[in-house]
Unconditional design. Structure first.
Ligand SMILES: *Cc1c(COP(=O)(O)O)cnc(C)c1O
Length: 356
């Protein structure tokens, strides 16, 4: 499909950030966005890169009432040689299709997803920060925009992409997080939408997150929705536990988000000489294995922070710690993954996707 470019008036261009060390996350947006529309009669049409501006939407739109919405998250990196690299964007394209299917939304063809992102990122290349750890965060989103209050799948959708220069997550070095194992609220159940990247999953998780914050925790670790016994995932991260060089993570049973970083960690860890295992992890066994020192490291994986070390884990009345500082494997995985993403380490996997 042809992607047109709506001119950006010079007086609409924003001043670029001056200080790359204080970008934060998702607070600044670039001058342009990508937008394509889908309707039952026309299918996908009117794909264009246009000036970033608010939508004018009917307050009755389905997305506002019944949360028919999905999104993605990936990053563009500016390499030292000036090239722009995306990390496994095909995985995001396919996951977006699976999320769309679950929410009864039209699939965005992989080519439209990738071409839209590439065209937008290419035009906005001056917005990609260059300091170590910084990147351009890419947020593809789809919303249901038919204005009708009857509960049904919309007949009209917007697929759009926003870009946000983001700062180094660990500007001051790795910060191990403290995590509360959530014992009453659940995030997802088998047959639900846990596997889809949809806003509703986040809306329903806010309460547990807020209560955990009040108790001094950074994040909550979700247990399975049926027995509240098996480890699932944390906020927007998949979880890993290292028994020495043996790495364990929860299986993708339908209620866990299939992270691109998760998949990359599993593949990378094998080449670093680790064994990996996807299996059910009982929370009682987990606590016992951390307490006894069998588990040597714990970390989360996700696009935003790549790898997040876990320092402390609390379940019911008990708290266990992972030992001092950042584990060897956690550090190695972080260094290698970010090294591949930024061109400092050779990509043996074919994960890097350059923007023309
Ligand atoms: C996006 C997300 C992740 C991480 O996925 P990545 O592709 O690695 O960024 C994990 N869990 C949830 C709930 C998510 O929404």
């Amino acid at each position: 499909m042809e992607i047109s470019v709506v001119p950006l008036p010079v007086d609409k261009m924003k001043a670029k950030f001056e200080d790359e060390s204080h970008l934060g996350f998702g607070k600044i947006f670039t001058d342009r966005m990508f937008l394509a529309e889908w309707s039952t009669d026309k299918g996908w049409h009117d794909a264009r890169v246009k000036p970033y501006e608010p939508f004018v939407l009917d307050p009755a739109c389905i997305v506002f009432h019944y949360a028919q919405e999905i999104f993605e998250g990936l990053k563009a990196y500016k390499w030292e040689d000036g090239r722009i690299a995306l990390f496994r964007p095909e995985m995001n394209a396919r996951r977006f299709q699976r999320s769309a299917d679950r929410l009864c939304m039209p699939e965005v063809p992989e080519e439209l997803f990738l071409n839209g992102i590439e065209k937008l990122v290419s035009l906005e290349r001056d917005w990609i920060p260059g300091m170590p750890g910084t990147s351009l965060y890419i947020r593809p989103t789809m919303i249901a925009v038919e204005p009708v209050l009857g509960v049904k799948a919309s007949a009209h959708y917007y697929f759009y992409v926003l870009l946000s220069p983001v700062g180094a997550y660990y500007a001051a070095g790795f910060n191990p997080v403290s995590i509360l194992v959530e014992d009453s609220y659940v995030r997802a159940t088998p047959g639900g939408t846990g596997e889809a990247k949809t806003g509703g999953n986040y809306a329903s998780s806010l309460k547990a997150g807020l209560e955990a914050k009040k108790k001094g925790f950074d994040q909550v670790l979700w247990l399975d929705g049926r027995e509240r016994r098996y480890i699932e995932e944390v906020g927007a991260m998949n979880m890993f536990f290292a028994y020495g060089d043996h790495i364990v993570t929860a299986p993708l049973g339908g209620s866990i988000l299939a992270g691109v970083t998760r998949d990359s960690v599993l593949k990378l860890a094998t080449t670093l000489g680790c064994t990996v295992e996807e299996r059910l992890i009982d929370v009682n066994e987990l606590m016992a294995d951390i307490r006894s020192g069998k588990i040597t490291e714990a970390f989360g994986s996700g696009t935003a922070a790549v790898i997040t070390p876990v320092g402390k884990l609390c379940y019911r009345e008990e708290c266990v710690s992972m030992g001092q500082g950042v584990g060897r494997l956690t550090q190695k995985l972080y260094d290698t993954l970010t090294g591949i993403q930024t061109g400092k380490i050779a990509d043996e996997f074919g994960w890097v996707h350059f923007v023309a």
